[in-house]
Write a new protein. Structure first.
Length: 686
């Protein structure tokens, strides 16, 4: 006999299927952004699904006292989210310290603190645009912005819901609609970068999910009443059938409604898949509302959708939370360490699924069965471990008293050992970005680069000065301030990431073209007495184009010359230009001390560190520039400071193993101290 009473699923399988599709398109967007440029819309679908779940939890507790309703909601949500979230942050930090490049450490220590406090969606600078951060992939916690939005909404939604309970069912829809429309308007009137991350600009998406639940719940109540009526009508029909005939065909109009809903759900599903998987970029102003509202509409009629309820898709939905947390750090490691290898990218994607399944089947299922007390202890333990691990370098600093001597930037003393060299070489690379932020400078933006003016200058200072260039300007700024500040009445600083002051670098073409113009405009407006260009050469080391044999026909040099002439026409005395040096090979700094321990010849170590490249062509262009500068340009050359005449090699470390460069291709604090005397001499003669 067939059992007509089936066990009711603990959750709607179709919604898990939608969740599975949403995480799939998000992964497509992150791993293959050119093929899935609209996959970010999957996060918008997650917000709708979250709104549905929140309303369900609150509705089930609406008869409880207000305090009990709020605490029950928070406990259930935090129990679901926090243990796995904190575990992934902890594991990510362990992997960061052991496998990622040193240059990624400082950025991720800061972003890990933001993730830990659920403020990853804080207002961003121009340099922290979400889509730009995805393309760089140095921040392994970039993706936690969406969880920050959701957690912040948790602190609003119980009170939004409690107010709604004072209205009738019809008025509740109106109340939620007013909130959603207000949020949507706010989303469209503020800056796009701010709107993307703002919880207030995302409320409308959660509201749609909440209204879907209210509608679905009322439909269920209607169906229950309808089923009770059908049972009574069925008894009467049975009596009539017995009395009048042996056969009767029963007509049920509800069957056609169900059939229509099923067909419509497939049409909606197809439309959503086409939008989120479309290979060309769709305008977000249209795509986002359509996908958000379309997802809400699909959720109201997808209960019997067999495609969404299939086992594979619903299982992907089950592991979607773990998959979302795990996949981005793995992708970031590939981006930073695998040189674009597409086979390894596939391995990274497969590994993300494998680890998500492992974590879901073990840790996630385990902690969801724990008591409230056990979960609380687990969360506190994980949170404390994260605090210690994220801030381990800061804690170590307090014990080691590194950075206390304000007159010396490197804190290297004569009695230090190879162990000290290894420690400081590593830390100089890790905290390189922090060194670029100059305490004496008042910045125009929140970025550690950009434009600023130095304060605290000597009242006896006579000259207006400008220091400009790429991040080497910020790299040198503290030392320059210490050596030249006493002669300046004003120091303007402009540092553009990856951009040369004399040529619009090809590294970040559009941004560098803007900065190239800004440099000329700022010098024109400032009209300094002295200007200094601190730039690590980049594009100006390129060889002559084909069929070009002299500087008169060299397009790179001619642009440099034009920019230089623009500069000196607005500079009263001199323009100092830092000459080119070879770069270092990335990931080579940490190898210096181990090689010295193994008694490797220093000249051989030089060859493992130095990347000669095309620096000589850059030096030739600078030499010609000085010749065409009408006597107003001076080259500042570090070559004598870093070239070892006895071995004929460039040496970027001292005899004790202390490095003069960082992994970020800047001079380390020890390197700055090494060339300090050059600027002491220049500044004394101004």
């Amino acid at each position: 006999m067939i059992d007509l009473v089936k066990q009711k699923p603990s959750k709607r399988l179709d919604l898990q299927g939608i969740r599975g599709l949403a995480i799939t398109v998000v992964l497509g967007f992150h791993f293959y952004p050119e093929a899935f440029p609209n996959g970010y819309l999957g996060v918008d679908q997650f917000f709708v699904l979250s709104g549905f779940l929140m309303c369900m939890l609150l509705k089930r507790s609406e008869n409880k006292p207000t305090c009990s309703l709020v605490t029950t909601f928070y406990f259930k949500r935090f129990k679901r989210i926090l243990p796995l979230y904190l575990l992934i942050i902890l594991i990510s930090m362990i992997c960061l310290y052991n496998f990622f490049p040193d240059t990624a450490v400082e950025t991720n220590q800061e972003s890990a603190n933001h993730a830990l406090l659920f403020v990853s969606n804080r207002p961003k600078t121009d340099q922290e645009d979400y889509f730009q951060q995805l393309s760089i992939a140095i921040d392994i916690f970039t993706h936690t912005w969406s969880l920050s939005v959701e957690i912040q909404f948790y602190f609003l939604v119980p009170f939004i819901f409690i107010i709604s309970t004072y209205f009738s069912e019809i008025l509740q829809y109106g109340y939620f609609c007013v909130i959603a429309i207000t949020s949507l308007v706010y989303f469209n009137v503020i800056f796009s970068t701010e709107a993307f991350n703002s919880v207030l600009a995302r409320i409308w998406q959660f509201m749609i999910g909440m209204m879907v639940y209210l509608f679905s719940k009322s439909e269920e109540n209607y169906q229950v009443l309808n089923n009770n009526e059908d049972e009574e009508v069925g008894e009467c029909k049975k009596l009539l059938m017995d009395a009048e005939s042996d056969q009767e065909v029963e007509y049920n109009p509800g069957d056609k409604i169900v059939e229509f809903a099923q067909k419509t759900s497939y049409i909606l599903l197809t439309g959503l898949l086409l939008m989120t998987g479309f290979p060309l970029v769709l305008p977000p102003i249209f795509a986002r509302p359509l996908v958000t509202i379309g997802t809400g509409c699909l959720m109201t009629i997808s209960k019997d959708n067999t495609f969404l309820s299939n086992r594979v898709l619903t299982y992907i939905g089950d592991i979607s939370y773990a998959l979302y947390l795990i996949h981005w750090p793995i992708y970031a490691y590939w981006k930073l360490s695998c040189d674009g290898n597409q086979y390894l990218l596939v391995c990274a994607l497969v590994s993300s699924f494998f680890l998500a399944v492992l974590v879901f089947e073990t840790f996630e299922k385990w902690y969801l069965k724990l008591s409230s007390t056990s979960v609380g202890i687990l969360v506190v333990a994980l949170f404390f471990q994260n605090i210690v691990l994220i801030n381990k370098d800061l804690i170590m600093d307090n014990f080691m008293s590194v950075g206390q001597d304000a007159s010396s930037l490197d804190n290297v003393t004569d009695d230090m050992t190879l162990d000290d060299a290894a420690r400081l070489n590593h830390r100089w690379s890790v905290f390189d970005r922090k060194f670029l932020r100059v305490p004496s400078c008042v910045y125009e933006t929140k970025s550690h680069l950009g434009w600023c003016r130095h304060t605290g200058l000597s009242p006896l200072g006579k000259y207006k000065m400008a220091i400009i260039g790429n991040s080497w300007t910020a790299n040198h700024a503290r030392m320059f301030y210490q050596e030249c500040g006493h002669k300046a009445k004003n120091i303007m600083q402009g540092a553009a990431y990856g951009c040369e002051a004399l040529y619009p670098s090809t590294f970040n073409r559009d941004l560098c073209r803007q900065n190239f113009t800004h440099f000329a405009e700022r010098i024109k407006n400032e009209k300094p007495d002295y200007a200094f260009i601190f730039t690590r050469y980049m594009s100006i080391g390129a060889p002559f184009p084909r069929n070009v044999t002299n500087f008169n026909d060299d397009p790179i040099y001619q642009i440099m010359k034009t920019q230089m002439l623009n500069f000196i026409s607005n500079i009263k005395y001199k323009l100092y230009i830092l000459d080119a040096l070879p770069n270092i090979k990335r990931k080579s700094i940490d190898n210096i001390v181990p090689l010295i321990r193994n008694h490797t010849d220093f000249a051989d170590i030089d060859n493992t560190v130095i990347k000669l490249g095309d620096y000589e062509m850059a030096r030739k262009r600078y030499d010609q520039l000085v010749k065409d500068c009408n006597g107003k340009c001076v080259l500042v050359d570090y070559l004598p400071e870093f070239y070892n005449n006895s071995t004929g090699t460039f040496r970027y470390f001292d005899d004790k193993g202390f490095a003069y460069w960082t992994e970020s291709l800047h001079l380390s604090p020890h390197g700055i101290e090494h060339i300090r005397h050059v600027w002491k001499d220049i500044c004394s003669k101004l």
